[in-house]
Ligand binder design. Sequence first.
Ligand code: PLP
Ligand code: LYS
Length: 464
Amino acid sequence: MRSHEAGALHGQAGDRGPAWLKNPEDPNQLVPHLWSDGVAKVDGVLTVAGESVVDLAAEFGTPTYVVDEDDFRRRARAFKDAFVGADVYYAGKAFLCVAAARWIVEEGLNLDVCSGGELAVALKADVPPSRIGLHGNNKSSAELRRALEVGVGRIIIDSVEEIGRLRELTAELGVTAPVMIRVTAGVEAHTHEYISTSHEDQKFGFSISGGDALDAVRRVVAEPGLDLRGLHSHIGSQIFVTDGFEVAARRVLRLHAEVERELGVAMPEFDLGGGFGIAYTTQDDPSTPADLAGNMLKIVADECAAMGIAVPHLSIEPGRAIAGPSTFTLYEVGTSKSVALDGGASRRYVSVDGGMSDNIRPALYGADYSCTLASRASDAPAVLSRVVGKHCESGDIVVKDEFLPGDVAAGDLLAVPGTGAYCRSLASNYNHVPRAAVVAVRDGEARVILRRETEEDLLTLDVG
Ligand SMILES: Cc1ncc(COP(=O)(O)O)c(C=O)c1O
Ligand SMILES: N[C@@H](CCCC[NH3+])C(=O)O
C-alpha cells in the first residue's frame, strides 16, 4: 500500500497542496483510472452504467456500495483470459455474496473461501464444490467436515493440527481430501505489515527456510486420506512490484523440485496466490492482468526449465484486483465545518452518513482514498477537505485529504471509488450503525444484492 501524507492543511485550490491530489484544477472532473469503466459525470452528476447516483440514493438510501457489475465481470474475465491454462480462484474474502459468487462462476473462475460462512455463501450460490478452495489458518473440524462432505476441490493446509483433523475426518467419512500446503517463502512484500503474509514472523503457512514446509509435505504424503496436489504461496496484498512474486515463486519451486526428486512425490499443481494492487489515488499505478500473467508465467516456466521439472498446473487467487475498482461508496453529507489550525491555517471537515463501519481501511492501514462531489456540478473554488464518518472516533476518516468544491453542504452526495474490496467484507456495526446495502448496476438497471441491515436486525440479536 502506498500511503501519502498530505502536508497542506489549508484552504483554497490556489494553495494546491500535494501534487498527487486528485483534480485541484477542476474538482468536477473524474480521474478515470480510479473509477470503474461504467462511471461518468453528466452535468456534474455521477452516473454508473447509465444510472444517476441521485436516483440511486433516492431509491436505495445512503450509504450504499454501488457495484458496476460489468466492470467486476470484465476484471474477472481479464484474469481468466490472461492466465492462459491456469485456474483463477477469486478470493471471496475481498467481497462475497450470492450474486458475486454467481458472476465469478459465470465468468469461468473458481472461488477461494476461508471460513464456513464464506463456504455457505458459495454453496447457496450453487458454486460447484469442485471449483471451491478452502483456506484458513485455523479451520475448525466442523468447517473441514462440511468441506469434505460437499466435496470441495481443494483444502489448503496451514497447520500440523489440520493434518490430524483431516486424518480423522477422511477416515470417518471414507473420502480422500485433495490438499495443498501453504508455505511461506520468507519474502518481505512491499505492502502494509498487516497485509504482508510471506515473511517468516507471522501466522500463515509453513516456513520453507526453517524446514517446516518439507516436514509438512512428509506428514501429508504419509496420510492415505490426503491427496497432495501441490504447494501454495501467497505473499500479501496490495502489491505493485513483481519482484516479491518472483522470489517467492523461485523458492517455492525449488521446494517443489526437492519434493519430487527426494521424496519421489509428484505434485501436479502450484498456486501463486493473489495480492495484485489497485489504484486508490493518482499515485497508484497497477499492472494489468496481461502484464502480470506475462511476468509470472515466464518466471515459472524459466524456473522449471532451469530445474528440469515439468511446469505444474498453475492457479492464482486475485480478490482486490477484481472487486475493488468495480465499486464506489455513495454517501450523503450531513455537516461541514472549518477548524482553525495553528499558524492561521484551517481544515475543513465534511461529515458523511457512514465511515469506519463501512470502510475500516483508513483507520486500520492508513489507507488513502479519493472522492468526488457526485450529485451536482459546482463552480465554487476547491477547498482541501477531510471527509470523515459519523462514528465516535477521531480516526474515523473516510478520505484524509481531497479537494472538494467549497460549497459542499448537507444533502450533497459524495462518492468514494475503489471500495469494492475489503470494505463491505470488513464492515462492522460499530455504534450500532446498520451495515450498508450493496447495489449492482448493469445496463441502466439497479438491484440490491445485499440488503441494508436495519436496526431491527441488530435488535433481534440482542436477546436481553
Ligand atoms: C491466501 C490468500 N489468497 C488470496 C488473497 C487475495 O488477496 P488480494 O485480494 O490482495 O488479491 C488473500 C488475501 O490477501 C489470501 O490470504
Ligand atoms: N483486508 C486487507 C487485505 C487482507 C488480505 C487478506 N489476506 C486490506 O484491506 O487491504
